[in-house]
Ligand binder design. Sequence first.
Ligand code: GDP
Length: 369
Amino acid sequence: MTEELRCIGCGALLQTEDPQKAGYLPASSLAKIQADPDAEVYCQRCFRLRHYNEVQDVELTDDDFLNLLNALGQSDALIVNVVDIFDFNGSVIPGLHRFVGDNPVILVGNKADVLPKSVNPRKLTNWLTQAAHAQGLRPVATMLTSAKKGKMIDELLDTIEKYREGRDVYVVGVTNTGKSTLINQIIKRLTGVQELITTSRFPGTTLDRIEIPLSDGKALIDTPGIIHRGQMAHYIDTKDLNLVAPTKPIRPAVYQLNPGQTIFLAGLARFDFLRGKRSGFTIYVDNQLLLHRTKLENADAFYEKHKAGLLQPPRPNADFPELVRFEFTPKQKSDLVFAGLGWIVVPAGVTVAGWAPKGVDVLIRKALV
Ligand code: GDP
């Protein structure tokens, strides 16, 4: 590559190797730029931003990540933290509460359109707030949005105005939460004029920031998506992503189980009913995800034999981690949550086990429905 060719939008060194990293553009576009002295030298991310008002993610190195968080802490700003309501634990930014300092945080639970009607949004909002408290984060407001459907965006902007008090706004989130989709919705509502969007660098990083001007000279600043390794999405083929990022409201499935029975959630997770009397278990996962009932005593062998076969995804030859087991005996009706995949409602007093790929959380919460 030609030396020192930089994007005039964000200043990143142009590169053609890694679409996830700053400064990327396809080799064919670079060739065009090199052939045409009048061509606009933008990386793909800035190009899309300028021409389509669309933002894309970049992957952070640890140093950049820390510097980004430091920049948040040193600013006097309102922080908007976008999380995925199906994967709170896979959406949390480690240590965010330590960095935000005294800056207020609005917690946004995105992808609300996927919730079945039976879920009470208020209960989910309360749960999100409590889950944030458990992480040390104390949001001034918690809201549910659907970036994809453009729902609750105006309400979010109103809430931002309410708590902004003349400050800048930083939007932060890990990748796959829908932060880019949300920012694109905000851009649509706030500007529509491409020239108004400016990009510059976060101090001390290779990261570009996108500033959407607000009426009082302040800005809403999009920060790059942070990669969180504990997400189911990282362990499955992109072709199967719809199974962990449902696009349609979930239709729950009810299974009457005897103790000693197992349900496989394709080959991605497993649920064992260990002890208790025959009960109904309601499963909230993507409508297309294969559910397979079998005997607990044969379940290990069954998984060995049928993983990536009958139990797909994972796909054959995929590098998929082993399943790790978590046992629970909830005292009240609870949701056993497979982070990023969905949950199973478990009656009080029974003993169950949830299995998920190593690195992905299985947890229990008070039932939402
Ligand atoms: P980012 O990595 O956080 O910037 O997330 P993206 O905006 O790229 O979205 C990740 C995936 O979630 C994409 O497949 C989006 O279509 C999807 N998505 C984003 N927002 C929503 C939403 O509100 N509802 C649903 N169902 N899907 C969403």
